[in-house]
Write a protein that binds this ligand. Structure first.
Ligand SMILES: [Zn+2]
Length: 677
């Protein structure tokens, strides 16, 4: 195919899925990289004096074509992939990281950025421009652009080592996971397990050419085993194996790697002028400093601990009464919790599902968006789609202005990865006076309709739909000038606020009355069921909170101090866990050596974000609740100060402008039933 026939090479507004082949992506991305390079070179090699407009703004608008083509491509790779697309992803990923590295390491370009940055106080920039300037400058400085040559070289060395260590860390955990199996040949050992779990264990055994049943440390096998297996000795065996991954003093052991990683991270932070790795990371977070994070975690701990201890007592008593368990151990936790939960709530998904027909829930979330933000969703049928199941909507505001294009892709299929997410085919920005409206997409994997039954969602699926739609609103209502500050482009301890806050509407009778109607009788969901949903949602909330806090504290213990004096991983961890401990310690186990979130993935000094986001959403929703969940004034404030603002200002400032004060954990603690309301 000739270039001229590749639709992606031409300019487009709406992604032209009806006119492109899988093979078009690679040449289009290569071509777009070349064009983006030319744009960057023009900015870097300009003979004019560097200004905000010709350098900072120009950089932010550069590479638009590349952005559009790669958005389309990577969204397809997640939602409708195949061998060709996957192969292309393998081929273009290194090209794209090379391209972005070349920008960060471009010294001529950095000189111009620094020139503008150094003159920032005399430039009369507006708020958004100041934030963009800071962001662009930090993009270079945090990667060493200001360092002398020798230190720059050391930084590169550290980065190379760190990326290798992260790989090794992950490979070891994977190898450890694959190494273990629990082989069962006596059927009585399967007591308590659901049929589907037993079936897959038999299948695993067959694949391994073994008799009977094989259970592994992979989640779909491990989790149900720990939850349902009556045989306590076998649960113990599984739990200890699970907790000992990377902790066998052999070639797959991660202890040394953990120490190397934290020391290299510390050195890197010091090189760049930060006290610790946590200081470096948190500079670009709403929480700002390790002290703030630690205070946050300690405060929640103080409030959650009494509740957690009571719940633990209740669980202990339950296990003692049921099976005469004298000392509750970690491998009893999931098992007895599940039994206790069943006894307390008898809440079955099947009971709720008839009230949550997919079409009703979609109409429900659209109605909520209409009542809050005046948005109107009109299904349209002439927008090119990447799959026939995708639905497309034009979104309008109260004055009939076009707000966004919305794609909804709800059901699983072979080419789609698991989970649910929000993404964009085009982000919002303003250029040359034109407000370019975004193309937002929600992708989920909800239960499919059958010939006899429509798609009926579990309650968990309902909250997921609201969650992703909340991210969607952050994209749709964006109203900023610069592309890299628009919509969900915010600090990542702030990005879950718009999504999590919307989930709250799923628990409110006033909102449920709009859409939770029985698909056959039309009857609105009964109050007793709503009450049950709420109570079950808070089951063991104290213990859950304690667990999350323990991980957050462990994360900070590794990254917020000088790690050079730490020599024993297990001892360090035990000290960090001291204040959150409920179960006796297991000597054979160590969490840090398998804590992939912080040692392999990007969550170092960030694990606290999960709880942080919950505090934000509960506090924000409490404001709605005090004034009515459909209060137009509060909704306007949320739209004007949060949803439309993207990353154009410090999130704490945005939040305070919305709420009138800083977030307070009290609303979360009340909602979770941890303190009395
Ligand atoms: Zn989310």
């Amino acid at each position: 195919m000739k270039d001229s026939e590749n639709r992606l090479l031409k300019n487009f507004d709406i992604a032209p899925f009806d006119a492109i082949q899988d093979a078009d992506y690679k040449p289009a991305i290569e071509q777009a990289i070349r064009e983006a390079r030319e744009e960057i070179d023009l900015i870097a090699n300009s003979t004019e004096p560097a200004t905000f407009e010709n350098t900072i703004a120009a950089l932010d608008y550069a590479g638009y074509k590349l952005d559009r083509v790669t958005s389309a491509f990577f969204n397809i790779n997640s939602a409708e992939t195949n061998d060709t697309i996957q192969k292309t992803a393998q081929e273009v990923s290194p090209l794209l990281s090379e391209f972005s590295n070349d920008i960060t390491l471009n010294e001529t370009l950095f000189k111009r950025v620094k020139h503008v940055f150094d003159a920032k106080d005399s430039l009369n920039l507006n708020r958004e421009q100041q934030v963009l300037l800071e962001k662009k400058y930090k993009g270079f400085s945090r990667n060493g652009a200001n360092l002398p040559e020798d230190k720059k070289a050391r930084l590169r060395e550290i980065d190379t080592k760190l990326s290798k260590l992260a790989l090794t860390f992950g490979e070891n955990i994977l190898a450890e996971t694959n190494k273990f199996e629990l082989h069962i040949t006596d059927e009585t050992d399967l007591a308590g397990l659901p049929e589907s779990t037993v079936e897959s264990a038999a299948q695993t055994a067959e694949e391994k050419e073994k008799e009977g049943w094989v259970f592994t440390l992979e989640y779909p096998s491990y989790i149900p085993f720990m939850k349902y297996a009556e045989n306590r000795e076998l649960r113990k065996k599984m739990a200890i194996a699970f907790g000992a991954k990377g902790f066998h003093n052999d070639e797959l052991d991660n202890q040394e790697h953990v120490l190397n990683i934290v020391n290299l991270r510390h050195e890197r932070a010091n090189l760049l002028g930060y006290k610790t790795h946590a200081h470096f990371v948190l500079e670009e977070r709403m929480a700002k400093t390790p002290e703030n994070v630690e205070r946050f975690l300690e405060e929640l701990l103080e409030k959650a601990k009494p509740a957690a201890e009571l719940e633990f007592k209740q669980l202990e008593n339950f296990a003692k009464e049921r099976d005469g368990i004298a000392q509750l151990q970690k491998w009893d936790s999931a098992f007895y919790s599940e039994k206790l939960k069943q006894q307390l709530f008898e809440l079955d998904d099947e009971l709720l599902k008839p009230y949550f027909k997919l079409e009703n829930v979609i109409n429900g979330v659209f109605t909520v968006a209409k009542k809050l933000y005046g948005l109107r969703f009109v299904e349209v049928f002439d927008i090119p789609k990447y799959h026939k199941d995708v639905k497309t909507y034009q979104v309008f505001d109260e004055k009939d202005n076009f707000v966004a294009l919305f794609y909804a892709d709800f059901h699983p299929r072979a080419g789609k990865r698991g989970g649910a997410w929000m993404t964009q085919f085009k982000g919002q920005f303003i250029k040359d006076g034109v407000n370019e409206r975004p193309h937002v997409s929600n992708v989920c994997n909800f239960t499919k309709p059958t010939p006899s039954k429509p798609s009926l969602l579990t309650f968990n699926e309902v909250t997921t739909l609201f969650h992703e739609f909340g991210h969607g609103l952050h994209g749709m209502l964006a109203n900023t000038t610069y592309p890299s500050l628009s919509g969900p482009s915010v600090f990542w301890d702030f990005v879950e606020l718009p999504s999590q806050v919307l989930e709250n509407w799923c628990y409110e009778p006033e909102a449920l009355a709009l859409f939770a109607k029985h698909y056959e009788t039309g009857e609105t969901i009964p109050m007793v069921l709503i009450d049950k949903i709420k109570k079950a949602a808070n089951f063991q909330e104290g213990m859950q909170t304690l667990r999350q806090l323990s991980f957050g504290l462990l994360d900070m213990s590794w990254h917020a101090t000088d790690p050079s004096r730490i020599t024993n991983v297990k001892a360090h961890e035990a000290a960090a866990f001291e204040g959150t401990k409920l179960y006796p310690d297991v000597a054979e186990n160590c969490m840090s050596v398998a804590f992939s979130h912080i040692f392999q993935g990007g969550y170092s000094s960030g694990y606290y974000s999960y709880k942080w986001a919950e505090v934000l959403d509960a506090d924000a929703f409490a404001y709605f609740k005090e004034n009515g969940i459909f209060n137009k004034e509060i909704a306007d404030q949320f739209k004007n100060h949060i949803l439309s603002q993207g990353g154009t200002e410090d999130p704490m400032v945005l939040y305070k402008r919305f709420r009138g004060k800083e977030p307070n954990p009290e609303a979360l603690l009340k909602r979770a039933g941890l303190i009395k309301s």
